[in-house]
Design a protein around this ligand. Structure first.
Ligand SMILES: C[S@@+](CC[C@H](N)C(=O)[O-])C[C@H]1O[C@@H](n2cnc3c(N)ncnc32)[C@H](O)[C@@H]1O
Length: 256
C-alpha cells in the first residue's frame, strides 16, 4: 500500500537490521537524511509560522524540564538524542555542563549553529556505549528518542544512563508509547502522519512499550512519576497528540 506514492515505508523497523554496527549505520543514515526539512525534527518547513511554532515548542519544553527536574546552575545534563538542539537552545545556558549526544552528525552540525559554540558540548554516538565515566551527570533527558531505538540499544542505553547518573540523579524520557506490558505501541498514527506529509523514512523500534515495562520492573532506576501531559505539541498541528505526551521520570537509587 505504501508503494503507491513512495517505495519505502515511512516507519522503518530498525530491529530488523542485524548486528549493532549495521544498526548504527542505518540509524545514522536515516537520521542524517531527516535532519533537513523534516518538520518533526527540524525548523525548516514550508508553511508560514512553522519556525515560530517549532521554537515556541522547544522553549516551552525547556521551561517545563527546568521546573520538573529542579535544574539549577550545578546541573550536569546529558541530552540524549538531542537532534538539532530544539530544547538545548533554551536549556543549555543555565547548567554547569550540557552535552548534546546524537547518532547523527548532521543533526549535531545543525545543533552547533542553533545552540551556539561554547554553551554546550556535542558528542556523536557510534555504538551502544555512552562514552563518559560513571556519575558524570546529574540529569539525562531523552525526548522523542526511545521509540526510535532498536531493542538492544534501548536496553543498553538504559543501563548506561544509570551508570552515568550520580545517586539521586534523574532521567526523564518521553516514550511515544504506553508503557503497559501488554500494549505494544501502535505506530499507525505516526505512520499516517508521515505519509500525509510525504516524509522520509524514520527508524522505529518494534517493542518500545514492553521493553520499557520490563525496565521499570527491573528497578535499575526507580520510576518516580509517569504522565501523559508532556508539553510536546506538533508544530504543524498545534495540538497535544497522545503519542507525544507520555513521559517517564526515573531516579537513580542511592543504594546501588
Ligand atoms: C525525533 S528526534 C528528537 C530530537 C530532540 N530530542 C527533540 O526533542 O527535538 C530523535 C533524535 O534521536 C536521535 N537518535 C536516533 N537514534 C539514536 C541513537 N541510537 N543514539 C542517539 N541518538 C539517536 C536522532 O538522530 C534524532 O536526532
Amino acid at each position: 500500500m505504501w508503494n503507491w506514492l513512495n517505495p519505502e515505508d515511512p516507519i522503518f523497523a530498525i530491529d530488523q537490521v542485524e548486528g549493532e554496527e549495521a544498526q548504527f549505520e542505518r540509524m545514522r543514515e536515516l537520521w542524517d537524511r531527516n535532519s533537513d526539512h523534516n518538520p518533526l525534527v527540524s525548523s525548516d518547513f514550508f508553511c508560514g509560522g512553522f519556525k515560530e511554532a517549532f521554537e515556541r515548542n522547544g522553549e516551552r519544553i525547556a521551561r517545563y524540564l527546568e521546573a520538573k527536574l529542579d535544574l539549577d546552575a550545578a546541573a550536569r545534563v546529558l541530552d540524549l538524542g538531542a537532534g538539532i538542539g530544539r530544547i538545548a537552545r533554551y536549556l543549555a545556558e543555565g547548567s554547569e555542563r550540557y552535552v548534546l549526544a546524537d547518532v547523527s552528525g548532521q543533526m549535531l552540525e545543525r545543533a552547533r549553529t542553533r545552540v551556539g559554540a561554547g554553551r554546550a558540548e556535542l558528542a556523536r554516538l557510534v555504538d551502544n556505549r555512552l562514552p563518559w565515566t560513571d556519575a558524570s551527570f546529574t540529569h539525562c533527558i531523552a525526548i522523542d528518542v526511545v521509540q526510535h531505538l532498536p531493542e538492544r540499544t534501548l536496553r543498553a542505553y538504559f543501563l548506561e544512563v544509570s551508570r552515568l547518573l550520580v545517586p539521586g540523579g534523574r532521567l526523564l524520557l518521553t516514550s511515544g508509547a504506553s508503557s503497559g506490558a501488554d500494549t505494544p505501541p501502535d505506530p499507525q498514527a505516526s505512520r499516517q502522519l508521515l505519509r500525509l506529509l510525504n516524509l522520509k523514512p524514520l527508524p522505529f523500534g518494534a517493542r518500545t512499550g514492553p521493553v520499557l515495562a520490563e525496565l521499570i520492573a527491573d528497578r535499575q532506576l526507580r520510576l518516580r512519576e509517569q504522565g501523559d501531559n508532556f508539553p510536546n505539541l506538533l508544530p504543524m498541528l498545534p495540538i497535544q497528540v497522545p503519542f507525544a505526551g507520555s513521559y517517564l521520570l526515573f531516579e537513580k537509587r542511592s543504594d546501588v
